[in-house]
Design a protein around this ligand. Sequence first.
Ligand SMILES: [Zn+2]
Length: 288
Amino acid sequence: MSTPGFTGGTLDRADRLRNNAAALAAAFGDWRARLLVLGPGYEPQVTEDGRLAWTGLADADPDADLVLLGLDGDRPRFAQITNEAGGSPFRSPRLLGALGDMAPGEAATYAQARSVLDWHARHRFCANCGAPTAVIRAGWARRCGACAAEHFPRTDPVVIMVAEHAGRALLGRQPSWPPGRFSALAGFVEPGESVEEAVAREIHEEAGVRVRDVRYVTSQPWPFPSQLMIACVAVADDDALTLDRTEIAEAIWVSRDEVRAVLAGEEGPFLPPPPYAVARTLLEHWSG
Ligand SMILES: [Zn+2]
């Protein structure tokens, strides 16, 4: 099983510095400190050797707040809060190409930066009282100037899973996807629900299949804008399908041989998920 996309980052997140004013001032003043280069829509620049592009802090907007992403060795790495809202779920062809070009671990740093910057853009006002909030903890929280409530970057858990029955796995195609594109079913974990319960509920809601014996496989951050994808396998006793057509346009049961062939780039009953999607890692695990 390959390493899931957006994992394997090498920065030390350096939580110990975030509330230490002197250490933070030293990091801001460090001549080796670097600022992540991001274009509109949080698009990264990728160098020819697959690295994220960085620049000096002198290029930062003097009025903008910075997030301390962490330390590369002992060299501070920052990203600039741009309050660019609304870009969150958008993935341009250029961004998808850049993700494909990134060396292992670079996409993890990108995911960290993108998710936290996008969170700042959407949380400039207090959810408790509506007053403006200000950046604290080196960019890893915000505090309300009126009611003093503290707000922390959110991560939303999503379960993504295959049901298996008699040696075959259930894949679905969402109505918005192109013909032939199938992947594991997925859905948000709801308040008051375990991962196992969310897996069982989502498969039943979307495909009408009851499952048991949910097994965790792996996870990945998904920075569009801030999901944690929790990949699982579950056992179905029956392969009869009742699809929720608003969620799933088509569903198919595929064998391990079929999945292995598709992942190897051969013709098969479906088009595989991209390399940085945990659905691909999950299918590698299941078929391996
Ligand atoms: Zn408030």
